[in-house]
Write a protein that binds this ligand. Structure first.
Ligand code: ADE
Length: 246
């Protein structure tokens, strides 16, 4: 699953396509990539949209594992644009059924966080490290490397928070940072995919490339970054992940 249409299109371009099915306004591309059977789909944006897509992958396509790629806004000030975060745990920063249950706790789960699959996460991290080491300078243009300062991107495993909000106000970022201090970055789908996958007992991993600092300049060059950098990271890392799984 990809959060951005551009990533989805680029991954589809690389696969051996067998069939396309449109269900619930999404097109699911089935085939192989690095000789592994895959179903590739654009998740659409936000927690509800991602839940629909993840549920369909599991109940209709019977996938054995879900990988999610996309971009995120950094909350941890040591992260820079172009760094990569692989989720260890996912939170819903906008979940709040207090005072009935504590803020952020997921109703009926009795906890606020959902852990990603340890093996998928370790393997995604490995794939991302190899991509940075071996592929990035060949796959991303020299202009983009210079424009976005991608000389030595960091790959980090950390908690990620999702919510139905693009975070661009410093006060919103500060609030999440204060309430969920372990969270490295924010996005809009990962925790929903986590909740669906956990409900069905399907292993999952979430990979995010930092596109902005979750502040007022979040929209600057966002689309150029997705087109010239994040899209390429996703293709390269997913290919490395699948090649290692073969
Ligand atoms: N995805 C990328 N940047 C984001 C941000 N600042 N807030 C939410 N989702 C994002």
């Amino acid at each position: 699953m990809s959060a951005m249409h551009e990533e989805n299109a680029s991954i589809v371009e690389e696969m051996q396509l067998r069939s396309e099915v449109t269900l619930g306004s999404r097109t699911y591309h089935s085939g192989t990539l690095q000789e592994q059977p895959v179903v590739v789909v654009f998740s659409h944006w936000g927690k509800v949209a991602a839940s629909i897509t993840a549920t369909t992958l599991i109940t209709h396509f019977s996938v054995s594992e879900i990988l999610f790629t996309g971009v995120a806004g950094a909350l941890d000030s040591s992260l820079s644009v172009g760094d990569i975060v692989v989720a260890t745990d996912l939170y819903q920063h906008d979940m709040d059924a207090s005072p009935i249950i504590p803020r952020h706790e997921i109703p009926l789960l009795g906890r606020s966080e959902i852990a990603s699959d340890a093996t998928v996460t370790t393997n995604l991290q490995q794939a991302a490290l190899q991509f940075v080491d071996k592929d990035l300078s060949r796959m991303v243009s020299a202009d983009a490397i210079q424009q976005f300062n991608l000389q030595s991107p960091v790959v980090r495993a950390a908690a990620i928070a999702s919510g139905d909000q693009f975070i661009s106000q410093p006060a919103d970022a500060a609030g999440i940072r204060q309430r969920l201090p372990s969270v490295a970055c924010v996005e809009m789908e990962g925790a929903a995919v986590a909740q669906v996958a956990e409900s069905f007992g399907v292993p999952f991993g979430i990979l995010r490339t930092i596109s902005d600092g979750a502040n007022e300049s979040s929209d600057i060059d966002f689309l150029a970054f997705v087109a010239e950098v994040a899209r390429i990271y996703s293709v390269g890392i997913v290919k490395r992940y699948l090649a290692a799984a073969g």
